[in-house]
Design a protein around this ligand. Structure first.
Ligand SMILES: Nc1nc2c(ncn2[C@@H]2O[C@H](COP(=O)(O)OP(=O)(O)O)[C@@H](O)[C@H]2O)c(=O)[nH]1
Ligand SMILES: [Mg+2]
Length: 259
């Protein structure tokens, strides 16, 4: 028998298992931050990291400025690792391999992504999704950083991924993502450059991971210049999407991976 509590709640509501109870379990979170010459931007990013993050791994790409010193001054508990290989993709893969949290979130170090959004990504992982990607095109998101050429390229590549993989995504080339670390091997990441974000999405789709998109607002990088080259990096993304498409012959996949 249950007794009625103030507000109409029943006493045994406290012990019954309810839908959504699993979300009460707290999972550990690693934040991976690839950085190459971002000393001036790191303080803005690090001072906003929310409490739900247990570990911050900064992956340095042979910075020639004070990136490493700035990182450990702003956040003494930061783990800094030197990337293996070159490019953002190599940096992220180095960071993923070093992560210890159950959830892995990746964020840029240039101040274009707001750390306050991290709990939105965690929310979807807590509720059963495996791979969560930010979208600048969902209602509630946006970009102040996309140039006309980048926006056109992103839309064209998005159309390719949706067509080849039978998906209905709203964004593709955006590096604010989160996933369960238990799926790291499943994701089979090999990309070295900026095509890593497309490779992650392509493999998540191909392997049947449960994918969610969350609205995200991209701000202009706070200082310094982008390391991305719209045309050559766009081409790498396209080659990756074609080579990794469902049903592609392994020989084709191998050819692109070895380029
Ligand atoms: N470790 C490392 N980080 C990189 C490399 N290339 C870019 N990044 C970082 O990746 C993030 C995104 O790069 P960015 O140049 O802003 O590219 P964009 O946002 O596409 O214009 C930033 O935090 C960069 O510092 C690299 O080769 N190594
Ligand atoms: Mg940027």
């Amino acid at each position: 028998m249950s007794t009625t509590m103030p507000g109409g709640r029943r006493a045994d509501d406290r012990v019954l298992r309810r839908a959504g109870d699993r979300a009460e379990l707290r999972h550990t979170v690693s934040l991976i931050v690839p950085a190459r010459d971002e000393a001036l931007n790191i303080p803005w990013v690090f001072e906003q990291i929310p409490r739900c993050v247990d570990e911050v791994v900064l992956v340095d790409g042979d910075s020639t400025d004070a990136t490493l010193r700035m990182a450990s001054t702003c956040l003494p508990s930061v783990r800094t690792v030197r990337q293996r290989g070159t490019g953002k993709g190599s940096a992220l893969r180095t960071g993923f391999a070093a992560a210890t949290g159950e959830y892995v979130v990746m964020i840029d170090a240039d101040g274009s992504m707001t750390p306050a959004e991290i709990p939105h990504y965690i929310h979807f992982l807590d509720h059963g999704y495996d791979f969560v990607k930010g979208s600048r095109y969902l209602a509630g998101g946006g970009s102040l950083d996309l140039t006309a050429i980048r926006s056109a390229g992103n839309r064209a590549l998005l159309a390719v991924v949706n067509r080849l993989y039978g998906a209905r995504l709203t964004d593709l080339c955006y590096g604010y993502c989160a996933f369960r670390r238990s799926f790291l091997e499943t994701l089979e990441l090999r990309a070295t450059g900026f095509e890593i974000e497309a490779e992650m999405t392509a493999h998540a789709l191909r392997k049947g991971l449960r994918i969610a998109e969350v609205p995200s607002t991209e701000l202009p990088r706070r200082s310094g210049r982008s390391h991305l080259h719209a045309v050559s990096d766009g081409r790498r993304v396209l080659r990756t999407l074609i080579a990794e498409r469902p049903g592609a012959r392994p020989t084709q996949t191998k050819a692109v991976r070895e380029r």
